[in-house]
Design a protein around this ligand. Structure first.
Ligand code: AGP
Length: 606
């Protein structure tokens, strides 16, 4: 997934665009480029690899243009080379694009048969050719883009410059995010808020199939038939600093330490301690009609959904099904209007989760989304949204978004439990009291991160890791393994501890570190059995245990203690040492922690 930024205003904008691309590099970073209007024509500067290469090019060329578009790429069609980097220019038209043009092969063949010559392997270049044909036919930049988009199928967020129209950017979106930043005497376009948050807080979130003409003195928004649409700017409360590292070595480490604040902000004003009720931002559920809750998500958000099943079934006694977005959408799922579909997504733009949402809506289900990005596509297409207030999450490996998702799921489970009657007022009171105390306990665990360093040093050269957990901590074993895989590139597997003897026990020997999540509570004896089975085969055991558990220390190689809390809240504590372990191991191995290879922050294609 790529990052797009655009500027129209009085200032030379090469540095403004470069700064915006730096803040979007987490979306993709295999090549980059920008087009700047010099005089009346756009000048293209592109480079392969990281933005530093483009920065070098800018310092050589010193462009002065005050209208420009920029792009940082995550290749889908065409290798990550300079020739395939964006912008793509054909004739008078320069285009940057995020998404996939699905009918590009057909259009390319047709254009080539009409004598067009293509210079790249990308799907994007098609758009430049189509718009240029429209311009040659005498249409204005806006009408030329509208005309071209009538031919295009697939997902796109695009920005277009047309030579001869130096005062405007044409921006349009369908199935990929695009935002307009409203300034005074200058305006911006961007794929995501952090890119322009240091220049303006007033954002217009373009809706599906909308186009905007962006000039320095104003923006015009219309649908793809050219009919004007009234779009009011939304003021974003995040401050630019929140998008900066705040003095930490990596965004991921900063975001790990932001979790107590993020959880506090997520539960804030959604709890009535007096009535032991929780609120989900004005979304009401007809509990009598509700037959089942279906969670759908991908990656880390899917692990949160698995915890959600324990919480909702445990506290509300409502049947729950959990599915992966990429599987659900093609499974012709049995959902109906008596089901509540809950999608979970940090970015709100994950294509598989979005498609699952649309599939369930098509079948009559109501949709509630747990999402971290206000105005994102999933949020806009849901019947209700429970926003997590994690703030911008820049590190590709999700951390604070995950724990805020868990907190939101506790709120949802209490909400449902109070309405089904499965959770009485007194029990809800107790749970809410414990939930409100949690951020402080999370801080305690994070402040004692140094104990994780020693363990990380000991196992940083390991070839494989195994993570084991039971019950509500089984998904945390999956999450711990995913974090380590994502940023350290060590092969790691999360497994329900009870399943170990049905296979993975064969992996265990003196070279295999095994992380076992073993807090006090139901299943504790069982997990201790699994722990001894690992030890019996020389496996190196790192236990995540409850404070005050003085027995376990003598049974393992390393133990990391977390405050002893009720099972429903344990995942918000047991995951923290696993995040820190993954972070420290990756940092010791010197990998690119914030932008791990082959990954992107939001996966907006299948
Ligand atoms: C997690 O660290 C990864 N970045 C990835 O698995 C992510 O959780 C997944 O792509 C889902 O993203 P979403 O929450 O934005 O939908």
């Amino acid at each position: 997934m790529c990052g797009i930024v655009g500027y129209v205003g009085p200032d030379p904008c090469a540095e403004i665009l470069l700064d915006g691309l730096r803040r979007l590099e987490y979306r993709g970073y295999d090549s980059a480029g920008m087009a700047l209007i010099e005089g009346t024509e756009s000048k293209i500067l592109r480079s392969q690899g990281k933005l530093t290469n483009l920065a070098r090019l800018l310092s050589e060329h010193r462009p002065t243009g005050t209208t420009g578009i920029g792009h940082t790429r995550w290749a889908t069609h065409g290798r990550p080379t300079e020739i395939n980097a964006h912008p793509h220019k054909y004739g008078k038209v320069s285009v940057v694009h995020n998404g996939i043009i699905e009918n590009h092969a057909m259009l390319r063949a047709e254009l080539e048969s009409n004598g067009h010559k293509f210079s790249s392997e990308t799907d994007t270049e098609i758009v430049a050719h189509l718009v240029d044909d429209e311009v040659k036919a005498g249409r204005s930049p806006k009408d030329a883009v509208l005309g071209a988009l009538r031919r295009v199928e697939g997902a796109y967020a695009i920005c277009v410059l047309v030579d001869g129209a130096p005062d405007q950017i044409i921006a349009a979106r369908h199935d990929a995010p695009l935002i307009l930043g409203i300034g005074s005497g200058e305006n911006f376009v961007a794929s995501d808020v952090p890119a322009i948050l240091n220049r303006t807080r007033d954002m217009v979130f373009l809706e599906e199939k909308e186009l905007a003409v962006v000039r320095a003195d104003g923006v015009e928004v219309m649908d793809l038939d050219g009919k004007p649409v009234d779009r009011k700017p939304q003021r974003i409360l995040w401050d630019a600093m929140m998008a900066e590292k705040g003095g930490h070595k990596h965004f991921m480490l900063k975001e790990i330490h932001e979790q107590p604040r993020a959880v506090t902000d997520t539960i804030r004003d959604r709890i009535s301690a007096k009535t032991a009720e929780t609120f989900i931002d004005g979304f009401e559920i007809e509990i009598e009609k509700l037959r089942r809750v279906v969670f759908v998500a991908c990656g880390t958000s899917y692990h949160a959904a698995l915890v959600g099943k324990f919480l909702v079934e445990g506290l509300a006694r409502v049947p729950v099904e959990v599915d992966l977005g990429s599987e659900f959408r093609y499974r012709d799922p049995l959902v109906s209007d008596s089901d509540l579909l809950v999608t979970i997504s940090q970015s709100g733009e994950t294509a598989d989760t979005l498609a699952a949402l649309r599939e369930a809506k098509r079948k009559g289900a109501r949709v509630l989304s747990i999402c971290n990005v206000v105005g994102s596509t999933i949020a806009r297409e849901s019947d209700g949204v429970l926003y997590t207030h994690a703030g911008p999450e820049i590190g590709v490996a999700s951390t604070k978004a995950f724990t805020t998702q868990l907190a939101a799921l506790v709120l949802l489970a209490i909400y449902l439990g109070r309405r089904t009657g499965a959770l009485d007022q007194e029990s809800a009171h107790e749970l809410i009291k414990d939930l409100l105390a949690l951020p402080e306990q999370m801080k305690e665990v994070l402040d004692r991160g140094a104990s994780v360093d020693v363990i990380a040093r000991r196992y940083a050269t390991a070839r494989d890791f195994l993570y084991l957990g039971r019950g509500i901590n089984y998904p945390i074993a999956l999450e711990g393994a995913l974090k380590l895989k994502e940023i350290s590139y060590i092969h790691a597997e999360g497994y329900p501890a009870g399943e170990m003897k049905h296979g993975p026990i064969a992996l265990i020997d003196e070279n295999l570190p095994v992380v076992i999540i073993a807090p006090r509570g139901s299943g504790y004896e069982k997990i201790i059995n699994n722990l001894t089975e690992v030890r019996a085969r020389e496996g190196k055991v790192i236990a995540i245990a409850s404070r005050g558990d003085n027995e376990i220390g003598s049974m393992v190689d390393d133990v990391i203690q977390v405050p002893d809390v009720r099972p429903e809240l344990q995942p918000l504590l047991t995951v923290l040492p696993l995040q820190m372990l993954a972070y420290r191991v990756a940092d010791i191995r010197g990998t690119d922690v914030d932008q791990p290879r082959n990954l992107a922050k939001s996966v907006t294609v299948e």
